[in-house]
Design a protein around this ligand. Structure first.
Ligand SMILES: NC(=O)c1ccc[n+]([C@@H]2O[C@H](COP(=O)([O-])OP(=O)(O)OC[C@H]3O[C@@H](n4cnc5c(N)ncnc54)[C@H](OP(=O)(O)O)[C@@H]3O)[C@@H](O)[C@H]2O)c1
Length: 229
């Protein structure tokens, strides 16, 4: 019997998360995809047609650790081969830091930096030995290439990179990828982005495959190329 592989995608209601769900299903994987409000995730629900039992949709706000632990309990018995935290927000846009309220800054930091490793930790009970953890970061989080643009968002992704290193030290028996998807046409990336979701999703999944078994932390883009911290 063919081996079953399962991806758990956190933040798959639209954009890159939805594209990853579509591509994993096309490759024959089982997918557990989460959305804050599945009733509003029409694109994700449309994937149920034809994929039957291979797609399971769950509700999760990645900033809610209690809900993540409850999800782990519901998934007991499932073995996740790839846990990918995709969710992120660019609420502050290009606003300078002093023009963003403390509450809005905290929300962006909590979503982009604190939540991914925290929610991944809550889900470790259902993660297979040697599975891959992937956190969606950005090249804007690279200190080596800092431009000062989108400064709060970029700082939150730089913080995610640091927290991903910490996560990897606690889980040395797994590959931990800090993934830059490219600049992609989504609600966040906008119409001028050069890449479509399908190309980015295919590249990210090929990159995750390529790094299977390569334990430790890797800051890479969707083509599998290393990025400077
Ligand atoms: N597009 C790009 O060019 C680009 C480049 C570099 C990095 N990224 C990163 O790629 C990831 C996906 O971005 P995207 O371009 O697909 O953006 P998007 O189209 O704006 O989608 C953002 C996704 O994150 C989800 N989300 C936000 N906050 C959440 C929360 N608290 N809990 C659960 N889900 C939450 C959204 O869910 P709702 O539908 O419920 O709002 C949505 O599914 C982000 O981490 C982003 O920073 C994107």
């Amino acid at each position: 019997m063919a081996e079953t592989h399962t991806a758990l995608l956190l933040g798959a209601s639209r954009g890159l998360g939805l594209g990853l769900a579509r591509e994993y299903l096309a490759r024959g994987w089982h997918v557990v995809a989460t959305a804050r409000d599945p009733r509003r995730a029409e694109g994700l629900r449309a994937l149920e047609n034809g994929n039957g039992a291979r797609l399971r949709i769950e509700t999760l706000d990645v900033t809610d650790l209690g809900a993540a632990r409850a999800l782990a309990a519901r998934l007991a018995g499932t073995k996740i081969d790839v846990l990918f935290v995709v969710a992120g927000q660019l609420g502050s846009g290009n606003a300078p830091i002093h023009a963003v309220s403390a509450e809005d800054a905290a929300r962006e930091f909590v979503t982009n930096a604190w939540a991914p490793p925290s929610v991944a930790e809550a889900l470790t009970p259902v993660v297979a030995p040697h599975a891959s953890y992937v956190f969606m970061t950005s090249q804007l989080g690279s200190l080596a290439n800092a431009t000062g643009a989108t400064e709060l968002y970029s700082a939150s992704k730089a913080a995610l990179n640091m927290l991903g290193i910490g996560f990897s030290k606690r889980h040395p028996e797994h590959p931990v990828l800090l993934m830059h998807p490219g600049w992609v046409k989504t609600d966040m990336g906008g119409e001028n982005a050069p890449l479509d979701v399908e190309t980015s999703a295919r590249g990210m999944i090929d990159t995750i495959d390529k790094f299977r078994g390569r334990n430790g932390v890797h800051y890479v883009d969707y083509r599998g190329q290393g990025l400077p911290w």
